[in-house]
Design a protein around this ligand. Structure first.
Ligand code: XBP
Ligand code: MG
Length: 253
């Protein structure tokens, strides 16, 4: 097995719990601003998460949960504008510092930086959303810590397709064996595993019942020295939180 050279981070659900308290309210704010009476509550949103990508999710909602809605023409334009409005609301919420990073994320990123480990972001969310979250949590220059930000519509086929991971690896001139992915969801693990990446999962409320049999390690969080993780699947070799030493061990599996 090659030496570990890069950490590839998913964003939503992995770096921060953005879905329930960030994306979901931002969608609802955009619906209200557009005069639509749609409301995505926490339970419905859990079902809508089956589809990644905000524009794709809006289409899926109409197909499956609101088929009687008469689609305005041109419909592509309608979805695009509604989603652009959602992105504005979302980035505002992030700028207000509404969503913190999950336990252990900042610590692991700092350790990786100190060791000169290469890092990238690999997500289906819109690039502006990544910028907004990183700025509000890790600081103004933190985007530059990530060599590549693979996000949004860069590839047409979003997760669970492997395309976004393959795109990032190619940009970094790496093969799958040189890197490891951090994910939180079924669509995420399907994408990283199909790109042949070893993957560490940190579950959240929306994804705790997902099938993570393709992951090398499944945790309830990355944990910290004062707040250890729970190991849900895999072997943590005596570690109580996820540091680079454990990440390297998992990569060697
Ligand atoms: C994230 C997503 C995104 C966000 C919304 O999935 O599915 O669609 O929910 O972002 P992952 P946009 O964590 O697997 O990358 O509205 O900007 O698409
Ligand atoms: Mg995710």
């Amino acid at each position: 097995m090659a030496t570990l050279q890069a950490l590839l981070f998913d964003v939503d659900g992995t770096l921060a719990d953005t879905e329930r308290d960030g994306h979901r309210p931002a969608f609802n704010m955009a619906f209200k601003a557009a005069g639509l009476d749609w409301n995505w509550d926490e339970t419905l949103y859990g079902e809508l998460l089956a589809v990644t990508g905000g524009k794709e999710r809006i289409r899926y909602y109409l197909e499956k949960f609101n088929p009687s809605f008469i689609k305005p023409e041109p419909f592509d334009e309608f979805v695009k504008n509604l989603h652009a409005s959602k992105t504005q609301f979302y980035t505002q919420l992030m700028a207000e510092g509404k969503i913190p990073l999950r336990v252990g994320v900042e610590r692991l990123i700092n350790e990786a930086r100190a060791e000169g480990m290469r890092m990238a972001i690999v997500t289906t969310t819109t690039p502006e959303n990544v910028t907004a979250l990183l700025k509000s949590t890790l600081g103004a220059d933190s985007e530059s810590w990530f060599e590549v930000i693979a996000a949004g519509d860069i590839v047409p086929a979003k997760k669970p397709a492997p395309d976004i991971y393959l795109w990032a690896l190619e940009k970094m001139n790496l093969t799958a064996g040189d890197a490891i992915a951090f994910e939180d969801s079924l669509n995420g693990i399907k994408s990283s595993a199909a790109a042949n990446l070893k993957t560490i999962i940190t579950i959240n409320d929306y994804t705790k019942d997902d099938d993570f049999s393709q992951a090398q390690l499944v945790l309830d969080s990355m944990g910290d020295s004062n707040r250890g993780f729970n190991v849900l699947a895999g072997e943590a070799a005596g570690h109580t939180f996820l540091n680079l030493a454990l990440v390297k061990k998992i990569h060697e599996l």
